[in-house]
Design a protein around this ligand. Structure first.
Ligand code: UDP
Length: 325
């Protein structure tokens, strides 16, 4: 199948591309490199440097490459940034997402996988959080993904567009060739590993007054290779209809547990200092992923936090300056 992967030069996108190529799919990466890295694109994929705002270039990609399905990773993803600049998120995620959907329909493409988010669940009533949970977007970022989910819902009804929305909890870890390289880096695991590499003095714990066993936030860290597998299974299942899935391991780890595990993996003391809460962080987010397990047989192959952090550590040691070297 010819699959267009937007954001295929980014962290999760590049690893999904790597896995798609392994299964023999023809992958066309469409990425403006605003956050992605040219070296992150698998050499077996075709690369188009393009912006989703550029509808002419986007249309040409569909026309020339005979696209049959789309996986859409390209987006702005920082919760805090979206709170200070909501319009940036509505432009990049909603307006550009609309351009992509219009281009798809214009070219008769009816298979779509959306990167969605756990930020749809700002006020969970049950833990773990399954697909029945009430949707309360926690930020303009979460809202932008929810709007895309709603657009897809209606496009399925009106045009028969088949989609899967995959709501990731905390993507983490690396493949041997692809890892996490954001600028600025804001995520816990890569920041902790930068301390172990001597690139930072300490890690700051955002908030030590949460109602959790050790008073720090609890998150569900899922290996990015397990996420990639879920994308491949979801694409295969689209013939049988559209669907949404929450994706995590169903297990939570606190910020202190992540830091302690990273100390064991790296052998570095990783000094930690306690700081105030980061605005918008819920205390606990744990995914209920039994729906995708039952429907598609998906099971995380790398659920162990130590193995997740080890894979990231291997990549960061090999690439201490990310994709620059
Ligand atoms: N966190 C932290 N210090 C940091 C970065 C993150 O204590 O320097 C915490 C953050 O408050 C959250 C958890 O680590 O509870 C995971 O944050 P991350 O940004 O990696 O992912 P998010 O949960 O925001 O998607």
């Amino acid at each position: 199948m010819n699959i267009l992967v937007t954001g295929g030069a980014g962290y999760i996108g590049s690893i999904v591309v790597e896995e798609l190529v392994k299964t023999g799919e023809r992958v066309i990466v469409y990425d403006n490199l605003s956050q992605g890295h040219r070296n992150a694109v698998d050499p077996q994929a075709t690369f188009i440097e393009g912006d989703l705002a550029d509808v002419v270039r986007l249309g040409a990609a569909f026309q020339q490459r005979n696209i049959e399905a789309v996986m859409h990773f390209a987006s702005s993803t920082l919760v805090a940034e979206s709170v200070t600049n909501p319009l940036l998120y509505f432009r990049n995620n909603v307006a550009c997402g609309l351009n992509l959907l219009e281009a798809m329909l214009r070219h008769g493409v009816k298979r779509f996988i959306l990167s969605s988010t756990a930020n749809l669940f700002a006020e969970p009533e049950r833990m773990p959080i399954d697909e029945e949970e009430r949707i309360v977007p926690g930020s303009p970022y979460g809202e932008s993904k929810f709007i895309l989910e709603r657009m897809l819902h209606w496009l399925d009804k009106s045009h028969g567009l088949r989609y899967a929305a995959l709501r990731y909890f905390n993507a983490a870890g690396a493949s041997p060739d692809h890892g996490e390289d954001h600028d600025p880096e804001t995520h816990l695991i890569p920041l902790v590993l930068q301390v172990a590499l001597g690139q930072r003095e300490h890690i700051e714990i955002y908030g030590t007054d949460y109602p959790t066993p050790d008073s720090t936030c609890v998150r569900d860290y899922i290996h990015v290779l397990d996420l990639a597998q879920a994308h491949i299974l979801a694409l295969q299942a689209l013939e049988e209809g559209s669907r949404v899935y929450n994706l995590g391991n169903g297990q939570g780890f606190s910020v202190r547990e992540v830091i302690e595990t990273a100390r064991q993996v790296t052998g570095h003391p990783i000094p930690a200092i306690e700081g105030p809460r980061r605005p918008g962080d819920p205390a606990v987010l744990i995914a209920g992923s039994t729906k995708i397990s039952h429907q598609l047989g998906w099971q995380p192959r790398h659920p162990d936090l130590r193995a997740i952090i080890s894979s990231a550590w291997d990549w960061h040691k090999e690439h201490p300056h990310g994709y620059e070297n």
